[in-house]
Write a protein that binds this ligand. Sequence first.
Ligand SMILES: Cc1cc2nc3c(=O)[nH]c(=O)nc-3n(C[C@H](O)[C@H](O)[C@H](O)COP(=O)(O)OP(=O)(O)OC[C@H]3O[C@@H](n4cnc5c(N)ncnc54)[C@H](O)[C@@H]3O)c2cc1C
Length: 489
Amino acid sequence: MLSEQQFQADEVHLGPDLQMWDKWAIQLLARRCRRGTVLKIRGSNDAPPPAATFVKALAGQGFQWQSPQTAIYDPTWELRSTRNPRASARPTVARCAVIGGGLAGAAVAHAMARRGWSVTVLDSHAQCAAGGSALPVGLVVPHTSVDDSPRSRLSRVGLSLTLQHAKRLLRRGEDWDDCGVLELTRDAQRQLNASPSLRKAGWLELGRSQATQQVWASELDWDHSLWHPRAGWIKPASLVRAWLAAPGIQWRGDAQVHRMERVDGVWVLYRHNADILAQAEVVVVANAMGAGPLLNELHPSWQCPEALRHQIGLLQALCGTVSHGCTSTSPCDALPPFPVNGSGSLVSLPAWLKGQTGQEGQAWFAGATYERDAAQLAHQPQQHASNLQRLQGLLPAAGHYLSHPFNTGSVDSWTGTRCVSNDRLPLVGSVDADGKSGLWISAAMGSRGLSFAALCAELLAAQLGGEPLPVEARLARSLDANRPARGKP
Ligand SMILES: Cc1cc2nc3c(=O)[nH]c(=O)nc-3n(C[C@H](O)[C@H](O)[C@H](O)COP(=O)(O)OP(=O)(O)OC[C@H]3O[C@@H](n4cnc5c(N)ncnc54)[C@H](O)[C@@H]3O)c2cc1C
């Protein structure tokens, strides 16, 4: 991680375990310091003093010891002037306007507000989380691949961040739960064999260990199942609301941005009738499929770079329907007590209605369809039939049990749109190459807004402020909004 970072530290805190800091790691650490960086060893007062080899290795890399717990980076040699290429581009903390009040925009707003920015979030809807993020319940589960692709690695980092936010901001059992997710996939054995380190780190287990004699489990092919202990479900709107409630964030609903232009270093955001909606030094475009029209309409004096225009031209709106309903009993033995994912998904939540109508029942959500043509969503019976078919393939017993409400038309639906990029990874970062324009983007969360929004927001804020990146630079590059895209727009 350290070798791939670009930041320059003001202060470094090490410890209490200093064993990992061998000569090579200390060399990498020194590269991330400027002259005057303070290094502190953390630990209890009665902790033994650092080992002589460690003290010597730090001194050899240019650290001058001030006390047994403190050293200052002040090498006797000249430092290269290229040491901190980003420092000059770092903007002063000021106003930030975020366009889009879904998961992507709310996560950015929260990340910027935590860093002291004054943030205004604008959305064309009156309420937040009214687009794709109005999804009633979503899965937070790592993407898996035999070659552990960037998408898989990014999804694990993103998911960990999201769950940290959920733990801090949401009510477990009401708004979210990290109860684990069962994944049914033909590739289960290959994945497990290919990922011993993930098993060791507690990311993956054989699904069989979750086997029980319950009705829903009786017909499952446990050899083709993976158990994700660090996964669960979240109600996206709850997370969006919690993020936007942070101090320093102002919500502006019914505010569709039609045009923006940069005047004397400040971005001005307009409604189509030329009303000024907001002005800010930094703007983050986080409005999913709405990003394209806005960036393509920029004032001719400041055009969107070619690579990003190409990426945006390749964005696809993939619509979908989730079928949902409520059982009359809770718990309901026919439904698994944790989410199941595969070709389709089923999430069941106990006591969904309790407190709202006084009735107790188990809510269930079966999804989801993928439609390139939004007109297909109008045929709701077809959408439900497609979800039932998926469910019967995924969990035959649960599918059999729920076929009654499906067949009697007592199933509700939620429909929404996913914004999907050419390589199914989000588009994040400065719109221009060096970040000088103050125009940034966090969009194209695809089917994984819950796994990616928090990570993209942290990455964007870290890049903007010249901070340590939350992922290796190589992984961050695979999210770069200006990465080359394959295919014709
Ligand atoms: C059927 C379905 C199932 C899904 N299941 C899951 C799941 O299980 N797990 C998961 O992680 N993800 C899931 N997703 C994906 C997830 O919902 C999205 O990734 C996520 O909501 C995207 O968030 P966003 O903020 O980028 O977009 P949105 O939530 O769509 O927000 C964009 C906002 O921008 C606003 N806007 C647009 N243009 C303008 C403008 N010009 N001015 C002002 N405001 C504007 C819109 O009003 C909207 O509120 C699913 C999606 C669908 C459709």
